[in-house]
Structure formats: structure tokens, C-alpha cells
Design a protein around this ligand. Structure first.
Ligand code: SF4
Ligand code: SF4
Length: 94
């Protein structure tokens, strides 16, 4: 298994609550929205929600989120610990 690194450009994705395409398309449910400030949910506006790849270790690297993002705000690539990942894969690292 290869661990992936997911980056969201928050300058491009400013109001994820209005889009939600990555949340809907990800088969691994990697993304999560949270409130940047602690507020009552009933008082939160769309702009208050922040998107993060919260469950990134579950990412399979399918790239569906990258393809669906209308603002090209998501990047997914293999993490730079491939040597360790290879050792984990062979059972020589524990
Ligand atoms: S690459 Fe696939 S599994 Fe990973 S976050 Fe994007 S949609 Fe989800
Ligand atoms: S698909 Fe792109 S623009 Fe839409 S919420 Fe996800 S990161 Fe933001």
C-alpha cells in the first residue's frame, strides 16, 4: 500500500460547502469539512466551513477528486517515504 499526500489549495477552494464535489466523489470518504471557528452550527454560513483531507491514510490514489474538482484545487501524489513503504510492504520494517 502506498500512502498518498493530498493538498488542497485554499486560495482556490474558498467555499467548499457550496461545491462538495470531492466529498461526494471520494470512495474512501477522505475529506471532511469543519468550522474554522467554534460556532453554533445553526449560525454557520457557507464561508465558515473549511475543507481538509482528514482521513488521508485511507486514500487509494484513484484521482477521482482531482478529476472532479472544478477549480483544480486538489493535488494527490505519493508521499516521499517510499523506501520505508517498500520495507513495510516486504515485512522488513516493524
Ligand atoms: S484520490 Fe481518490 S481516494 Fe484519494 S482523496 Fe481523491 S477521490 Fe479520495
Ligand atoms: S471539489 Fe474542489 S472546489 Fe469543490 S469542495 Fe472540493 S476542493 Fe473545493
Amino acid at each position: 500500500m502506498i500512502l498518498m499526500e493530498i493538498t488542497i489549495d485554499h486560495e482556490k477552494c474558498k467555499v467548499p460547502a457550496k461545491c462538495r464535489k470531492c466529498l461526494e466523489v471520494c470512495p474512501q470518504a477522505v475529506f471532511k469539512m469543519h468550522l474554522a471557528k467554534i460556532e453554533k452550527y445553526t449560525e454557520a454560513e457557507d464561508k465558515d466551513w473549511h475543507l481538509e483531507p482528514w482521513y488521508w491514510p485511507s486514500c487509494s490514489g484513484c484521482m477521482e477528486c482531482v478529476k472532479k474538482c472544478p477549480l483544480n484545487a486538489i493535488k494527490v501524489k505519493a508521499r516521499k517515504i517510499e523506501g520505508i513503504q517498500r520495507l513495510i510492504g516486504t515485512g522488513k520494517y516493524a
